[in-house]
Ligand binder design. Structure first.
Ligand code: B16
Ligand code: MG
Length: 219
């Protein structure tokens, strides 16, 4: 029996992945490290601090900044990103998500957020779906980010679910790896090839086709 559904946020609940891209791209250009969408894919699901490290490494500048200067760069990126979030409204929730959450609530199956983002609670409130989640894992409350399983395991634990009876939903390869490392069934949203290679049990092109019957059939 399906005991809990553990959702990624950026790229699964809404398209904040695009805002992260815009904000990191500008930050990168401001320090002379331009990058494209393909590189941006490798930042998905990765924490703010680690994303910055990867950008600096791309430009061969990882030793050019002190810890304080890196913290300031991360702060600038987040300030820009948060300024883009004011545009979010309930209409930005991806297709099928609100319906799936209502269905889960009606059946008493907990919905949980396991996002690497510290801005997750604010985003859920802007989309007006915060009340439909039983628990939101705080990224600072676990030792390791994705692709380690910590965020997903904590989510299951908080709602008393056995990980083997949970389904995780992710758009990032690091996230699919985290779900599989947690011993859960994994649904990938997006490009089939990379997500399948990361271990997804099923890949859908978008969220519109998600429902409780489909998720239950994976167990
Ligand atoms: P923040 P997810 C991740 O969210 C994003 O995919 C990633 O691009 C971002 O750097 C990370 O959250 C941290 O976000 O800077 O808001 O704390 O996909 O795990 O929901
Ligand atoms: Mg994501």
């Amino acid at each position: 029996k399906l005991e809990a559904v553990i959702f990624d946020l950026d790229g699964v609940i809404t398209d904040t992945a695009e805002y992260h891209y815009v904000a990191w791209k500008q930050l990168g250009e401001s320090i002379g490290i331009p990058f494209d969408r393909a590189f941006n894919e490798t930042l998905k699901g990765i924490s703010r601090g680690e994303s910055l490290e990867r950008i600096l490494r791309l430009g061969g500048k990882e030793n050019d900044y002190t810890a304080e200067e890196k913290a300031e760069l991360a702060r600038q990126k987040n300030e820009h990103y948060v300024s883009l979030l004011v545009n979010l409204t309930p209409a930005d929730t991806y297709p099928g998500i609100t319906e799936l959450l209502s269905e889960l609530n009606a059946q008493g199956i907990p919905a949980v957020i396991a996002s690497a983002s510290k801005n997750a609670p604010q985003i859920l409130r802007s989309l007006e779906i915060d009340k439909l989640f039983r628990y939101v894992v705080h990224p600072d409350s676990v030792k390791q980010g994705k692709p380690a399983p910590d965020l997903f395991l904590r989510g299951a634990e908080e709602v008393g679910a056995n990980p083997q009876h949970c389904v995780g939903i992710e758009d990032a390869t690091a996230g699919i790896e985290a779900i599989k490392a947690a011993g859960m069934k994994a649904v990938g949203i997006g490009e089939a090839e990379a997500l399948k290679a990361a271990g997804a049990d099923i890949v859908l092109p978008n969220t519109a086709g998600l429902n409780v019957e489909l998720l239950s059939s994976l167990l």
